[in-house]
Design a binder for this molecule. Structure first.
Ligand code: ADP
Length: 748
């Protein structure tokens, strides 16, 4: 075995070769692995290099972008017309727009160096303004809520108005915060706005004056053509006059529409609320429409919900205007069938009452695709078919706006060829919840206030003071149904004598009286023994909204507008003459005059509303009474609003005609008196007399004279002698013509 020691066995020799090969193989594998790793690292190195390059590029870009932003900002600040100031929390300036250097001698470098805000602004703002601005800055810093306000600054010789915006900023980068203050110079803008407002006002004044100037000759054209129509025997001339009259009428209504529309457009249309009687409103509207329907085969049905409260608080004039506009359209666009005028209500027993008004017709209807257009201004639809129908296309635009102003919405539904329904809601306060009751089916009977027959006060002591006989007569007439016979005084001093000897439960005092007016008389009464307790109600024809408060402030216990509305008179009497009080008076009645008291036993002559109507229906030979109706119809024909007149006379036709006769009789004396005041330049007495003429004319429904007298009353009060010179003769002529016309009618 030892001899074999140095000899390598072939098997062992083979094993050594295998190990080396194996090692080599492993080494090669390792090398490959390392090579792969090397390549990967190489790639990563390249990526990192790329990334570095990218970062360098981005940095370069950002630097440029930054520079660009800085450039833009600087440009912005350079060209900005507004003064922009940025300050830190200590109100040290950080930045400003270049305009600062034009406004002050402060350099932008000084601003960047952190100049104090008050020092900078002291060069442009007056001290008090600066102080208030600094206060606001502190408050914004404290509350971190931005603020905007206007500053009026009188600096040096100049007045400038700035809008100032103070904004709080907080920079996330440096953690710094402060204020950015922007001054916008509004001086020119505000001046331009004021100029535009002045121009707008001038335009409105121009429109108002122009309309006045146009309306006056238009009324003359209207009136003169009426004369030709009545007096001429030449048929051709009459035909022409009829055409002139109709053209004048439509021109007047166009002028009115344009005026209303421009008022709405300029925001000058106002809703003026006051107490009104729903039944008299509906009656006025229905009467007007009936007159228009006379030449057509179309009926008018009025359904006024009898439970609707009788007196409401709203803008009667505008409600009427909307109703008439819509009803007039129905008349225009309906040739046969019926127009239905419905007024319903919804009321919770307190507060507001909602009136639902709807007007339906069986007219030509409106195409579905045109329904949306009809409310646009100056728009008429279906013009081919409606070519011959007059209109401006403004009526519905005005109506819709008015309804919106009164809290409602004007709507329409229509079937072309079948008819249309217009409807709207209006919210009014309830003044008297007493139901309106059933409206007379027969609309030939004028609707008047239904006197409450259960209310009688024959013992009441009432004094009416008015310088105008007719007004006294009307007031007394309105008290008759309640058994009241008032004492009458025609001047302040006369009334002062009366109250010395008799205690009155109620005194009605006219405001406008010559020498001692109603206000002065009232004050003198108040100074008398016990006078502070007296109930004194002002009577005034200057009934505009807000007036009631003025009279009460002055010392009156209330006021009644003239022409006196019978329902309002009844309301005042009921309010002031309570039963207990009446009995008290009976007890203390020194002369023991009228002692009976009660609804059925009045001493005063029994007054029944609508006596003359009953006379007719009874079929009795009441010639005079029948004559009354004819006379009233004739007065209506010559353009007198007998509906209004009768309403003011509480429906008593005899009484109405009697005061119309008085009006005619008074012409001579009153016109010569007016002429005398005019010639002697006595404007104060002129204005009182012309005021009385206005009020008498309106009471009787002679509205054209009422309107002319009103213009002259205002002009004479303002001492506008040019206007009075221009229109005095015109009023006298119109007054003469009117009384002549009425005289003719009454003599017939
Ligand atoms: P206009 O003064 O021309 O009547 P409106 O504004 O009152 O102006 O009406 C606009 C248009 O709406 C009318 O021209 C008419 O074409 C249409 N329209 C209004 N009411 C009715 C109606 N009841 N029936 C049919 N068409 C109507």
């Amino acid at each position: 075995m030892e001899e074999n020691k140095g000899i390598i066995e072939p098997a062992a020799q083979d094993a050594g070769v295998v190990d080396v090969e194996k090692e080599l193989k492993e080494l090669r594998l390792k090398q490959k692995k390392l090579e792969r790793e090397n390549r990967r690292l190489q790639i990563e190195m390249d990526t990192i290099k790329d990334m570095n390059e990218q970062i360098a590029r981005t940095q370069g870009f950002m630097k440029k972008e930054n520079q660009r932003q800085i450039f833009y900002n600087t440009q912005l600040l350079k060209v900005s017309p507004y003064l922009v100031l940025m300050v830190d929390e200590k109100l040290k300036t950080v930045m400003a727009s270049d305009v600062l250097t034009q406004m002050t001698d402060v350099s932008l470098d000084a601003v960047r160096d952190g100049m104090q805000l008050d020092e900078v602004l002291s060069k442009v703002l007056e001290e008090s303004v600066l102080n208030s601005l600094l206060e606001k800055c502190h408050s914004v810093l404290e509350n971190r809520v931005s603020d905007t306000f206007m500053l009026n600054n009188y600096f040096g010789e100049e007045e400038r108005i700035y809008k100032v915006d103070i904004n709080f900023y907080s920079s996330p980068v440096e953690g710094a915060s402060g204020l950015c203050i922007l001054f916008t110079d509004m001086t020119e803008v505000i001046e331009a706005k004021e100029r535009a407002e002045r121009a707008d006002k001038a335009k409105s004044n121009f429109l108002a004056n122009m309309s006045h100037e146009i309306r006056t000759p238009m009324n003359a054209i209207n009136g003169m053509s009426e004369f030709i129509l009545r007096d001429s025997t030449d048929e051709e001339a009459k035909k022409n006059a009829a055409m002139i009259k109709s053209a004048a009428k439509s021109l007047i209504s166009i002028i009115n529409d344009i005026l209303d529309f421009s008022k709405i457009e300029s925001g000058k249309m106002e809703i003026i609320n006051d107490t009104y009687s729903l039944s008299s409103l509906v009656n006025d509207v229905a009467t007007m429409i009936r007159i228009r329907l006379q030449e057509k085969k179309v009926g008018l049905v009025v359904n006024l919900d009898p439970d609707t409260p009788s007196r409401l608080y709203g803008d009667e004039v505008r409600i009427k205007q909307v109703m008439i506009n819509i009803l007039n359209n129905s008349v225009k666009f309906t040739n046969e069938g019926q127009i239905t005028f419905n007024i319903k209500h919804e009321w919770d027993g307190k507060g507001d009452c909602c009136l639902h008004v709807s007007i339906s017709d069986t007219g030509i209807g409106i195409k579905k695709e045109e329904l949306g257009k009809i409310f646009e201004s100056f728009t008429q639809v279906d013009t081919k078919r409606n070519r011959s129908i007059e209109g401006t296309g403004l009526g519905l635009a005005i109506s819709r706006r008015l309804v919106t102003m009164m809290g409602g919405e004007l709507k329409v539904e229509s079937v072309y060829g079948e008819g249309s329904t217009f409807s709207f809601d209006i919210y009014n306060k309830v003044i008297d919840a007493e139901p309106v009751g059933v409206l007379a089916d027969n609309y030939d009977v004028k609707l008047v206030h239904e006197v409450d027959k259960s209310f009688r006060r024959p013992n009441a002591r009432i004094l009416v003071v008015d310088d105008n006989d007719m007004n006294l007569k009307v007031a007394a007439g309105l008290m008759k149904p309640y058994g009241i016979v008032p004492d009458l005084a025609t001047s302040g001093p006369e009334s002062l004598e009366l109250v010395k000897n008799k205690t009155y439960d109620l005194i009605f005092m006219d405001h406008m009286m010559p020498k001692m007016d109603g206000v002065e008389t009232m004050h003198r009464m108040r100074d008398m023994k016990g006078g502070s307790e007296w109930k004194i109600i002002a009577l005034t024809a200057n009934a505009i909204s807000g007036m009631a408060a003025k009279y009460v402030e002055e010392g009156f216990n209330g006021y009644l507008a003239k022409p006196i509305d019978p329902a309002s008179m009844e309301l005042v009497l009921k309010r002031e003459l309570t039963e207990e009080k009446n009995e008290e008076i009976l007890e203390f009645d020194p002369e023991g005059e009228v002692l009976e008291f009660g609804p059925d036993e009045g001493d005063a002559p029994e007054f029944e509303q609508g006596d003359s109507d009953r006379g007719e229906t009874d079929g009795k030979p009441g010639g005079v009474k029948k004559g009354n109706d004819e006379l009233i119809a004739l007065l209506e024909e010559i353009g007198i609003n007998t509906g209004a007149g009768l309403m003011h006379a509480a429906g008593d036709k005899d009484f109405y005609l009697e005061i119309v006769r008085d009006y005619v009789k008074a012409f001579k004396e009153r016109s010569s008196q007016l002429q005398e005041y005019y010639e002697s330049g006595n404007m104060s007495d002129y204005s009182i007399l012309v005021h009385a003429l206005k009020s008498n004319s309106n009471t009787l429904g002679i509205e054209d004279i009422g309107a002319k007298a009103k213009d002259l009353e205002f002009a004479s009060k303002d001492n506008d002698t040019a206007f009075v010179d221009h229109h005095h003769g015109e009023l006298i002529d119109a007054y003469r013509n009117r009384t002549e016309e009425i005289r003719k009618v009454l003599e017939e």
